[in-house]
Design a protein around this ligand. Sequence first.
Ligand SMILES: [Zn+2]
Length: 130
Amino acid sequence: MSYSKDLSRRLRKKLPMVDYGAIEARVVAHEMPNFTMVVPPHPDKYPKHPGHKGSVFGGICNRTACSQRHAVFYNRGTNGYYCADDAIAINRYSGAHPLCIRVDHDLTHDEMNAHTRTMYEEMRRDRVAG
Ligand SMILES: [Zn+2]
């Protein structure tokens, strides 16, 4: 049965209401694996989630409303790691110079800073050329 069909049945009081939010929170808490932080979060990382969320290559996505694993895209603006779905969505709105880039390891702070500098350099070059 689809979620909306189930909800519609419950709203017609054929079944007791279920708190889907509570179930989802329990599932997320249960499934949240304890990824080991290899590099501490960048001091400018946004947002500052507690724990390892968004701070581990291959870990949990940095987007607040997302709990997907396999966050292998690094956001040169927020200094966090994102899942492919969110990285693609973010890049759709970030113009010629994608904010999110695919990386293959936990970046050091120097590497993070270099990626951010590179992005600003690309943008500056475009402004000069344009
Ligand atoms: Zn995500």
